[in-house]
Design a protein around this ligand. Structure first.
Ligand code: SF4
Length: 254
């Protein structure tokens, strides 16, 4: 199947079935989204949503965050991954927002990346979700699913981003980010993708490659080989156990 066809099927499926896909992080304004996205690195959205209500209550504005320090912020975020670093990042981010950007979240990707704790991925999320910029953030799910589906063939997040930007219509980039994340989070999971319940099998490159006749025969042969080895191991264990038992019996009789 041609790559252009995969993109067409991808867009058709998700536009029809998930036209309102959005981030699972809870937030009320750009500042809160920025804080939540910084916190969500290497952590689940569910965990972040558990701690942000109290955090936002204590630090409702960049000024409030800027007036605090990492030690206090830490006490609100101790249950997320890497709390020490993230507390330092949030403290620095609050100060820079106030001092350099007039307490407003900047819209440019380069400006966003100047903020502590904000890398390219976070900057792209903010730029696309808040400012509708033609950008797509590539996290581990986007990276994996885009490669498996055959939308891209790339070994770095930046290369994935460039290929997606090149091939997807500009006005679908922001939502495509959520489609790929959600699909990766719930169906096309990292270790064992749930292809048996996936609605995208018919245009997925990974599925195509792993379900040809020869791939299935190879998988079956491997399964049989493993079963044979397990049987052999079990028989050897039984023999060894029996020999040990006989040796103990013999010693007892002597
Ligand atoms: S068919 Fe399998 S590999 Fe392809 S997108 Fe679906 S779950 Fe992922």
């Amino acid at each position: 199947m041609l790559k252009a066809e995969r993109y067409r099927h991808f867009l058709e499926y998700f536009q029809k079935n998930q036209p309102g896909a959005e981030t699972e992080l809870h937030y009320g304004n750009p500042y809160e989204l920025l804080v939540a996205v910084i916190l969500s690195a290497q952590c689940t959205d569910k965990r972040i949503n558990m701690i942000t209500p109290k955090l936002f209550e204590r630090f409702p504005t960049p000024e409030a965050l800027a007036a605090s320090d990492a030690d206090e912020i830490f006490t609100y975020i101790r249950s997320v991954s890497y709390p020490n670093n993230k507390a330092k990042h949030l403290a620095g981010m609050g100060k820079m927002l106030v001092e350099k950007f007039g307490s407003e979240v900047p819209s440019g990707i380069e400006e966003l990346q100047q903020l502590p704790g904000v890398g390219r991925k976070t900057a792209n999320v903010i730029a696309s979700v808040v400012f509708e910029a033609p950008a797509i953030a590539v996290d581990t799910h986007v990276f994996r699913v885009a490669n498996r589906l055959g939308l891209v063939k790339a070994s770095t997040p930046l290369a994935v981003e460039k290929q997606l930007v090149k091939n997807l219509p500009e006005n679908t980039l922001a939502i495509a980010h959520h489609w790929l994340i959600l699909h990766g989070r719930y169906i096309c999971v990292a270790r064992s993708p749930k292809c048996d319940i996936c609605p995208l099998t018919w245009f997925c490159k990974y599925y195509e490659q792993h379900n040809t006749e020869s791939a299935l025969l190879k998988a079956e042969a491997l399964k049989q080989k493993k079963a044979k080895e397990a049987k052999k191991k079990k028989a050897l264990n039984a023999i060894s156990k029996e020999l040990k038992k006989r040796s103990v019996d013999k010693q007892d009789n002597n």
